[in-house]
Design a protein around this ligand. Structure first.
Ligand code: UDP
Length: 370
């Protein structure tokens, strides 16, 4: 069986790497990896972490292009890939434009689609935008849905998807995290060595990431004000690996580039980022993956969003939605600094997203397909 993986962004590479590596071990499965280049540099760094080399590399990214132009390029370039490679099935992950295009292009060529990380929902098409709708559309297309949790499965059942076509697997990001922790070598990772020169162990580290389209503009301006106020606390150190999107990074660099106590750094490779998460006191983020990973490292996450498709973490109490208002961000951080019980409450919970065996479950299922 020839399986084609379509991957466009950093989280897709991180979350599909364990599945690809597991597939490569299986007799009878031929693996092909197509990188669409949606987030070229971040994607290359994520592939490097796992020594993965894509078999096919597309080049869809162009500065300033809109979502429609991106999607149309993805569809036309992926169509050629499907026509040349003739895979028996296509695996897509998550909710990006590459994921949607991979699914739709395959559907139009009558190739079965397997959707990893299916069934996450905010049920609000405006957030995350456009990812919520992308993920819903892929659920209409996919042949089999790999749902990380029972809650995700229930969402799919409510939408009329048959029980027979849903497999609950856990989230593959936990597999990735565990694999990374196992083979981590801080002493020979140049990024970690550099971070060790910045990191001040005597202070409480506040790790920040942000990239969501909905937060560009007003949301990030509030975050800037909040970080400026928090940086005036001498017992805190703030490290913020910036996303490559100029609309996110430029305002941050302009406003906070010279602020004492705040270190704006480039986006990190996965191993270095996991190392930094493990050193943090608290994480402020609008990232989906970080909400899933942090509970395994016993780190609380304050989420810069009004709603999340990762409700399991809210219910488990490992993450808190705080939105993007300055006062809420500052208050959320101060509360966890001052109230040890509240901090412990958020950090001593089992991770609801899995046990590190998700990739095996997915590949066992793929291998069982006639
Ligand atoms: N991540 C990384 N380097 C960084 C920041 C994040 O490797 O500098 C990882 C993080 O651990 C998580 C993933 O990237 O696995 C999240 O990606 P992102 O926030 O871009 O996307 P989302 O998860 O929101 O879809």
């Amino acid at each position: 069986m020839k399986v084609l993986f379509v991957i466009g962004t950093r989280p897709e590479a991180i979350k599909l790497a364990p599945v690809i590596l597991e597939c490569q071990k299986k007799k009878g499965i031929q693996v092909l990896v197509c990188s669409t280049g949606q987030h070229k540099e971040l994607l290359d760094s994520a592939f490097e972490q796992w020594s993965l080399i894509p078999d096919i590399e597309l080049d869809v990214m162009q500065a300033g292009q809109g979502l429609n132009e991106l999607l149309s390029k993805l569809l036309s370039q992926l169509d050629i890939v499907l026509s040349d490679a003739k895979p028996d099935c296509v695996v897509v992950q998550g909710d990006t434009s590459s994921c949607l295009a991979g699914a739709l292009a395959s559907f139009q060529r009558k190739i079965p689609v397997y959707h990893v990380e299916a069934g996450l929902r905010t049920n609000d098409k405006s957030a995350p935008f456009p990812e919520e709708l992308n993920r819903q559309l892929v659920s209409r297309i996919a042949h089999v849905h790999f749902a990380p949790t029972e809650k995700n499965k229930r969402a799919l059942l409510r939408e009329g998807i048959s029980d027979n076509n849903i497999v609950v697997t856990g989230n593959t990001v936990i597999d990735a995290l565990m694999m990374c922790q196992k083979k981590m070598t801080p002493e020979s990772n140049p990024e970690i060595l550099k971070l060790q020169g910045i990191y001040e162990p005597k202070k409480k580290l506040l790790l920040v990431t942000g990239h969501r389209r909905e937060n560009i503009g007003a949301g990030f301006l509030e975050l800037i004000d909040a970080l400026r106020e928090l940086a005036s606390n001498p017992s805190l150190q703030i490290i913020y690996p910036l996303h490559l999107n100029p609309a996110v990074r430029e305002p941050m660099i302009q406003a906070l580039g010279k602020t004492d106590g705040i270190f704006l750094i480039e986006a990190l490779g996965y191993e270095a980022f996991v190392w930094l998460m493990s050193k943090s006191f608290l994480i402020i983020s609008d990232s989906g993956g970080v909400q899933e990973e942090a509970p395994s490292l016993n780190k609380p996450v304050l989420v810069l969003r009004e709603q999340t498709e990762r409700e399991e973490a809210i219910e488990a109490g490992t993450v808190k939605l705080i939105g993007t208002l300055k006062e809420a961000i500052v208050h959320g951080v101060q509360e966890l600094i001052e109230d040890e019980d509240a901090y412990m409450e958020m950090t001593q919970k089992p991770n609801p997203y899995g046990d590190g065996m998700a990739a095996k479950r997915i590949v066992d299922f793929l291998a069982s397909v006639e």
